[in-house]
Design a protein around this ligand. Structure first.
Ligand code: GRG
Length: 315
């Protein structure tokens, strides 16, 4: 393994541990009603990759590096966004797995929340994770050394807005609704543009918000913010193309979710529309574009390696 790769893997492990530690404090084990918090923790601590938190932290670090700031300060600024994004992402998975949606029994290598706790509590677990995410964003970070309190409050409010827009009806919820309608057969099948738009909302919006909220918490101005946004747009698209490829090629045991579901459901996917080889090429092109966006703005840090990790993943 090359030195750069070892360096990135070390960073990845350390950040994942830091995120899990922070999440432990946001969703602790002993709070009342205990069965609700326990059910939230079941889905949250089931071994997700933590891609969205990693993007928020890496973007904050890259902006700090570019502006001569310290990585530790960038982490303190971006960690609440990182945690909130993981709570929102986990809520979306819990709700997506429900019988009324994708109706799946396996997620993150475990029986889905509604299989374990029943549908009613699984719906409430999703609601609880979503609400708690915004409670956390409104409160944290309270103070960060070197950042004026009024400026910190301004950045927090901007991050709340950004993440709410990405998770809401024009973003993730809207994308999920488009997908649900298409799967129900009550609308024309999605063509290539429709597929791209649906994914840009359903999964892309939160991935973009992850990088952008981390960057703006670290004080990114307009130009740096635009470059991070462009980077994350292409990473989000690559993530989805790879997800579609893994659905065809992966095994359920590796994926931690049921493989082959999209094909079985006749869903429009990148491999179905373009074939596997062209889909792999499309994903690689997305990564090239994401790297070009960074280079243009003089940004780097762990963001390039993170983009490569998104396309190289097996789960
Ligand atoms: C219910 C409002 C609502 C939205 C659900 C994101 C989503 C919208 C549904 C998930 C369906 C799905 C499997 C989409 C494919 C892309 C995706 C989000 C995969 C799971 O994300 P990972 O790979 O998961 O980051 P881990 O478990 O690693 O966090």
């Amino acid at each position: 393994m090359s030195g750069a790769r070892v360096h990135f893997e070390t960073w990845l492990d350390a950040q994942r541990r830091a995120v899990d530690e922070a999440l432990e404090a946001v969703v602790p084990a002993h709070r009342e009603p205990a069965f609700v918090w326990e059910a939230m923790r079941y889905s949250l601590f089931a071994g997700g990759k933590r891609l969205r938190p990693l993007l928020a932290l890496a973007a904050a670090e890259a902006v700090a590096e570019r502006r001569g700031g310290a990585a530790a300060q960038a982490h303190a600024l971006a960690m609440p966004c990182a945690c909130a994004l993981e709570l929102i992402h986990t809520y979306s998975l819990v709700h997506d797995d429900l019988p009324a949606m994708d109706n799946d029994v396996l997620r993150r290598g475990r029986p889905t929340a509604h299989v374990v706790y029943g549908e009613g509590l699984a719906i409430l677990v999703g609601d609880a994770l979503l609400t708690e995410a915004f409670a956390h964003l409104a409160a944290e970070p309270r103070t960060v050394d070197g950042v004026d309190d009024a400026e910190l409050a301004r950045r927090r409010i901007a991050a709340i807005r950004l993440i709410a827009d990405a998770a809401g009806p024009s973003g993730m919820v809207g994308g999920q609704a488009i997908d649900l309608r298409a799967a129900g057969g009550n609308a024309a099948p999605l063509n290539a543009d429709g597929l791209r738009d649906m994914h840009a909302r359903k999964t892309g919006a939160l991935i973009r918000a992850a990088a952008l909220s981390g960057a703006s918490m670290a004080g990114a101005d307009g130009a740096l913010g635009s470059a991070i946004d462009e980077y994350a747009f292409h990473v989000g698209l690559a993530f989805q193309i790879v997800d579609d490829i893994l659905d065809v090629e992966g095994a359920s045991a590796d994926l931690g979710k049921t493989a082959g579901k999209d094909v079985a459901a006749g869903k429009p996917t990148y491999p179905a529309l373009y074939g596997l080889d062209a889909s792999r090429r499309l994903a690689a092109e997305c990564i090239d574009r994401s790297l070009a966006a960074l280079e243009g703005a003089g940004l780097a840090g762990h963001l390039p390696a993170l983009a490569g990790w998104v396309v190289g993943r097996h789960s």
